[in-house]
Design a protein around this ligand. Structure first.
Ligand code: GDP
Ligand code: MG
Length: 601
């Protein structure tokens, strides 16, 4: 296809503002998906995405469009729509999808206005030099206030409020006009058609039948179906087995040229060999320089995953090996916990990523799991000048600590004016530093904070939502690290540390953490033959203590010696329970106690 006839664009929006619904309408209007095949949110293919109504992996679809109105009426074009993941955990993938486009449709719910992810995605689009078409969606809603929000958008990106298009993804109103504007306003791709090929990988998906399917945007040159390809970040070469475009099902194609968006299959079995952000070139005529912007995915949040039934450990390992094929950001290594047995320490991009993996392990692989409280990665410097990266609090180095560094994020909170006080209070309680504050309109405020990532991963979002009655929205991005007065708190049962409960917390919050966990465990752990102290400690210093008193009566005494079948039942039940007991030193702890203590903290 002549690059002049191509338009590559994405739709960016805050979650629930109607991106998937609008994409569905576009697929229908362009005739790519007919009425019969249509199902809601066609592009959201993963079960979890469909159920939660969120887009996790991005997708690209090629749509033919003949302009309907104006000077270009009757001219045929090819539109490549690249769907981006909408959640903060996947910012890097979003930025690579945007880099594959010339333009972005900025979609805003006409009953809600601009939200935090609208802004975050807009900034990413502008960083990638994209032209932006502002669009108000859901104009069919009685509560829509297109005038008000057109002003808000114009205030944000400049231009005239009247230039803001109005559509309904639900009824289809205004969507043909939007497609025309996409052709008119977005620039065609530019690139050197005769140069060595360079294609940007913006998505990479493992498919059990075809192996890894890699989505690319051609920047320069051509890739042909018989080429041998080189991945520029590693120099690894692969045979090209299939090349094509998605419209909306994969369709083979003999070559991809400048500006085109398509997929390639090389037979690799692991997305780590075909990484988002990498540049693909041809072995026979290799490019000298890769495209910019590549970085390796880095886990930000760690948690221990353990099978509730210890015999499921090999099944858990196999399941993680399978999920890894499709997830370059998932990291894991075996770990043993005295309290929980054999499991894995897993690294994730963020909390949603963790939840998704956990849910898939439970749902698709039928595993029952315990996960330890999530923690961030700490860098600990000791006075002997050694440095340690800590992904598991129970592996905190011993020795005199010179400094502890924790990751921080730059957070943006958008809130109605009335809740500014509440938002500030939440952020201050979590060691936030206010960076700035702006009024988007008379009644809506943008607050920017630096916050420790560790403070955000514990119910920050829930707190924010409940204190602002759901009106505030949040977005954040990694922003380096800071040193902080952090300490490791251990929980001791009969003087033995219970590794699953060790945590790294700010010194000011160590006492509260200690009291909370010792109290909880006292309620959960049954009495033993002897008195058992539960203590919280920083090093050798005890900061909280509870006691489990010794058991007085035999359980069987309750049965008055009479009913033998009842007695046997009780013994059997006890035996059943014993199987699930873990020994911590001399203390027997039912596994349920660990699960309960971990799940609510
Ligand atoms: P996404 O998270 O941005 O992909 O949003 P979805 O497309 O999943 O839409 C979120 C919700 O808004 C769904 O319940 C949709 O049915 C609804 N919705 C989307 N577009 C419209 C619209 O134009 N009008 C109305 N009334 N509802 C819409
Ligand atoms: Mg969606």
């Amino acid at each position: 296809t002549d690059p002049q006839r191509i338009r590559n664009f994405c739709i960016i929006a805050h979650i629930d503002h109607g991106k998937s619904t609008l994409a569905d309408r576009m697929l229908q209007l362009t005739g790519v998906v007919d009425q019969r095949q249509m199902r809601a949110q066609y592009l959201d293919r993963m079960d979890i995405e469909r159920e939660r109504g969120i887009t996790i992996k991005s997708q690209a679809v090629r749509m033919p469009w003949t302009v309907r109105e104006g000077d270009l009426a009757g001219e045929p074009y090819v539109l490549n729509m690249i769907d981006t993941p909408g959640h903060v955990d996947f910012t890097y993938e979003v930025s690579r999808s945007l880099a594959a486009c010339e333009g972005a449709v900025l979609l805003v719910d006409a009953a809600q206005g601009i939200e935090a992810q609208t802004l975050a995605n807009l900034y990413l689009a502008l960083e990638n030099d994209l032209h932006v078409i502002p669009v108000l969606n859901k104009i069919d809603l009685p509560a829509a206030q297109p005038e008000k929000y057109a002003e808000e958008i114009a205030h944000l990106i400049g231009g005239d409020p009247a230039d803001c298009l109005r559509v309904s993804g639900k009824t289809g109103e205004g969507v043909p006009e939007l497609l025309d504007e996409i052709v008119r306003q977005f620039t065609p791709p530019t690139g050197d058609p005769d140069g060595p090929p360079r294609a940007l990988i913006f998505d990479s998906v493992y498919d059990i039948y075809r192996g890894v399917v890699t989505y690319v945007r051609m920047v320069d040159g051509r890739i042909e179906a018989r080429d041998r390809l080189t991945m520029m970040s590693t120099g690894a070469t692969h045979e090209l087995l299939e090349l094509g475009v998605i419209s909306p099902e994969p369709t083979k194609s003999p070559a991809l040229g400048v500006g085109e968006v398509g997929y390639l299959i090389t037979g690799v079995k692991d997305v780590r060999q075909s990484k988002v952000g990498d540049t693909v070139t041809a072995l026979a005529r290799p490019a000298a320089e890769p495209l910019g912007g590549y970085s390796d995915p880095k886990p930000m949040v760690y948690s221990g995953l353990y099978p509730i039934d210890g015999s499921d450990y090999p099944a858990l390992r196999d399941a993680l090996d399978k999920l890894k094929l499709n997830d370059a950001a998932l990291a894991y290594e075996p770990e043993t916990s005295a309290a929980l047995g054999f499991g894995f320490r897993c690294g994730f991009l963020g909390l949603l990523h963790l939840e998704i993996i956990r849910e898939r392990l439970e749902r698709e692989f039928n595993l029952d799991l315990i996960s330890t409280a999530p923690n961030v990665v700490y860098r600990v410097e000791l006075e002997d000048n050694t440095e340690h990266t800590v992904t598991n609090p129970s592996e905190y180095p011993t020795g005199k600590v010179a400094a502890v560094h924790e990751p921080v994020v730059r957070a943006t909170v958008l809130t109605p004016n009335d809740f500014v006080g509440a938002v500030m209070e939440i952020c201050q309680n979590r060691r936030g530093k206010l960076l700035g504050m702006d009024y988007l309109s008379a009644d809506r405020v943008e607050l920017r904070y630096t916050l420790p990532l560790a403070e955000i991963i514990f119910d920050f979002f829930d707190q924010l939502k409940s204190r602002t009655r759901g009106y505030a929205s949040l977005d954040y991005e990694p922003s380096g690290e800071q040193s902080a007065d952090l300490v490791k708190v251990d929980i001791l049962l009969n003087s033995e540390p219970v590794d699953a409960f060790s945590a790294i917390v700010h010194r000011d919050k160590a006492y509260a953490y200690g009291v909370q966990l010792t109290t909880k465990l006292r309620k959960l752990i049954p009495r033993q033959q002897f008195e058992v102290p539960i203590q919280a400690a920083i090093g050798t210093k005890i900061i909280a203590r509870e006691n489990i008193r010794a058991m007085r009566k035999d359980v069987l005494a309750k049965c008055y010696g009479g009913d033998i079948t009842r007695k046997r039942k009780l013994l059997e039940k006890q035996k059943e329970g014993k199987k699930r007991m873990k020994m911590v030193g001399r203390v027997e702890v039912p596994q349920e106690a660990f699960i309960a203590a971990l799940s609510t903290s």
